[in-house]
Design a protein around this ligand. Sequence first.
Ligand code: GUN
Length: 284
Amino acid sequence: MSAKIISGKDLSAKLIKEILVPRVEKLKKQGITPKLIVLLVGTHTASASYVRQKELSAKKAGIISETWRYEKNVTETKLLKEIEKINKDKTIHGVIVQLPLPAHISIQKVLRTIHPSKDVDGFTPENIGKLFLGEPTIECCTPKGIIRMLEESGETLEGKKVTVIGRSNIVGKPVAALALNKSATVKICHSRTKNLNKEISDSEILIVAVGRPGFIHGDQIPKGCVVIDVGIHRKKEGGLCGDVHFESAKKKASKISPVPGGVGPMTVYSLIENTIEAAENTST
Ligand code: GUN
């Protein structure tokens, strides 16, 4: 058996064309062009690559995307002032601050300064809180993209045994909450979980977001499980790999998302969709 590949790359391209472009055209007829600002501090290589992909997808959807760049020694005060300026600017619908940030800048302070209505990453306490309450909100991009790719691949979450490996604030915790909101039976494991193999042995959907290359091997995956790999790592010999050992995993899984071309493009898709949603909310 070889797993069916869930291509986030193909899916996001299709959804941009079929869903986002018409929504943007409708907004433009009302005189609104959705506008996203990405604040990028320093020259982190991975961040620069993510930012390029965001700009490309924004262009395909027909929205405006600007990247505002700052030296790595920019002060926290300066960054907070920039966010306050964006909060007041009616022509800007969404803002994200690309993470990681240099150590002298408080992520908590930065996130609490972004107005929740423009928080298209869905990282502010208000938006995360609503997500956990199951209320409509701007949902974090990677978790939203994961649920979307599962559903578009034909998976229903209701009643399914979903195991999330990873407990970060930007993926593990919120994706568990979203799956729970869809009536899945959810278990969260992480790097300190004892007897991980036993914990994941009856999973029907496995979402791996631990941030360690090749952390999960095919041997550990229950036969027929759907595997979503959130990790992305640069290999020493060149190329990228995920948190899952793809070659062995695809022999056990029924469906699997690859790295690259899996979750990454769906994260970017969700960001553009969130920006359009934020713009639509200003028009009503
Ligand atoms: N760094 C890695 N992933 C993300 C993300 O989804 N949003 C932001 N702002 N920074 C990131």
